[in-house]
Design a binder for this molecule. Structure first.
Ligand code: PLP
Length: 226
């Protein structure tokens, strides 16, 4: 299987769904990303700010770069001028820094709020009630250089499909409930980022609008990062 045929197969599979494909290129060399680019793909996901900035410099400028990994506040500056969407916003402090760097870069930076849905303790993210509190207050409105466009979540890493489905369904439920209520002017619930190589089929069935897929496109990564 080649990168090109993997992308083509995934796009065919996603064709009649709401889900857009993010090719997760973390740890992959420029040549591999170039191969996906030459196959026509333009949406890539990275989980480290400096690695993303280096790849942005080296590759064509019509690529959409998505930040999907935990982002430290002191790294936001590396990606603020160009990042298309930050999926992994997990604190008010990080939102404030993204706003500050967005202002410096003269742009409004699209963000998703990462919600903790898995059983595992280690995953980053807001709890559902923290999201409700954040969105019902006025503090987000002060942040003129961010726009919240939806939610992101990661299911438990397990073979147990019904647990994964339940976790994705709970995130979709939160997403839908927020769409019913009144939201701050710079918040919209349009995008729901859920699903990776092992569980994207379930995520798509449960309403994902962005699947983040690495291994199923590029093969196994040499060094695992997280
Ligand atoms: C690495 C990563 C992915 C892609 O994982 P694969 O199993 O290689 O598809 C998706 N989302 C996040 C947040 C990741 O860090």
């Amino acid at each position: 299987m080649t990168i090109k045929s993997n992308i083509k197969d995934l796009l065919t599979e996603l064709k009649d769904t709401k889900a857009k494909l993010i090719a997760v290129s973390k740890t992959q060399p420029i040549e591999k990303i170039r191969e996906a680019y030459d196959a026509g793909h333009r949406i890539f996901g990275e989980n480290k700010a400096q690695e993303m900035a280096t790849k942005f410099q080296a590759l064509p400028k019509d690529i959409e770069w998505h930040m999907i990994g935990h982002l430290q506040t002191n790294k936001v500056k590396y990606i603020a001028p160009f990042v298309a969407l930050i999926h992994s916003v997990d604190s008010m402090k990080l939102l404030e820094e993204i706003d500050k760097q967005g202002k410096k870069a003269g742009r409004i930076i699209p963000c998703l709020l990462q919600v903790h849905i898995a059983m595992e303790e280690t995953k980053f993210g807001f709890d559902a009630d923290e999201v409700l509190t954040l969105l019902s207050g006025t503090s987000l409105l002060q942040l003129k250089n961010i726009e919240v466009k939806g939610l992101m979540g990661m299911a438990t890493f397990t073979e147990h499909e019904e647990l994964i489905r339940k976790e994705f369904r709970s995130l979709k439920g939160l997403f839908d409930s927020l769409n019913v209520g009144k939201l701050p002017a710079n918040v919209k619930m349009e995008e729901l980022s859920m699903g990776m190589s092992s569980d994207y089929k379930i995520a798509v069935q449960e309403g994902s609008t962005y699947v983040r897929i690495g291994t199923a496109i590029f093969g196994e990564r040499k060094h695992s990062t997280n």
